[in-house]
Ligand binder design. Structure first.
Ligand code: CA
Length: 263
């Protein structure tokens, strides 16, 4: 049981063990979405905590949707796009760690902040290993929750982690191993750098200029031609004999890595 109270520091709230604050319950769509606001999925089964956190977030300009158990949490990301997911570990039906693992397996890159009531190292490690980006131990100061949300939403989700995946193409940037449908692909260091850049920006059209800036320096002539040659070689290695084709040429614009045929 958690008690919600305001500490003597204005604006800082904490959740501490004790009595439950009497509070209203939330509707499924916790709060309406201000235009341009960041949208947060809050997964919390304890109504009082959910209410408190959702209201606090809303007061700070966030739009909040609420999932009350693991099953609901797994449904939300397929119907809406979120900037951050706040995920309680102890949940009915499917627990938070399992929810996180499943969402990551499905390719969801949204930053996930886990809430855990247990302060054990093992629990935190389990959470991070399941694909969470950060965790917060209950009881927490609300100001810290806000700070962590801000930090997570600043990071580009696709840039997190060493394991990149687009369709059945996988890259581990730590071991520098690349596989397509489980088949090991040998790449030169430039091809690897080029592919890494494409994989970190999936479904985006990257111009040759942008690719040149990130993968090559401008210290040689005819950089676009060099990029085209490398893309051609990369295609042979990761697309030839595989379906769907992942490297798409966008005429007059550049290249896009995607397992979808249309944008
Ligand atoms: Ca819980």
């Amino acid at each position: 049981m958690w008690r919600v109270h305001e500490t003597f520091i204005p604006g800082v709230y904490t959740l501490t063990k004790g009595h439950i604050k009497q509070g209203g319950t939330l509707t499924q769509r916790a709060h309406s979405s201000p235009i341009g606001a960041m949208r947060i999925l809050l997964v919390e089964d304890e109504p009082q905590i959910a209410d408190f956190v959702a209201r606090g977030l809303h007061e700070n300009g966030y739009s909040v949707d609420l999932a009350r158990d693991g099953e609901e949490a797994l449904e939300w990301p397929s119907v809406a796009s979120f900037d951050v997911i706040i995920l309680d570990v102890m949940l009915p039906s499917v627990d938070g760690t399992e929810v996180c693992r499943t969402l990551r397996t499905q390719g969801l890159r949204t930053p996930i902040l886990m809430l855990t009531a247990r302060d054990g190292v093992e629990d935190r490690v389990r959470g991070l290993d399941s694909g969470a980006d950060d965790y917060l131990v209950k009881p927490f100061a609300f100001a810290e929750l806000l700070a962590r949300i801000r930090a997570l939403s600043r990071r580009e989700p696709a840039l997190l982690g060493t394991e990149l995946q687009v369709g059945d193409l996988r890259m581990n940037t730590a071991t520098r191993q690349v596989t397509r449908a489980g088949v090991l692909v040998e790449l030169t260091s430039k091809e690897f750098a080029l592919l890494e850049h494409l994989m970190r920006h999936p479904n985006q059209v990257l111009s040759r200029t942008v690719i040149a800036e990130h993968v090559w320096n401008y210290d040689f002539d005819n950089v676009t031609n060099v990029i085209d040659v490398h893309v051609k070689n990369l295609r042979k290695k990761i697309d030839e004999g595989f379906d769907p084709k992942l490297i798409h040429t966008v005429r007059g614009a550049g290249y896009r890595l995607s397992d979808r045929t249309t944008r």
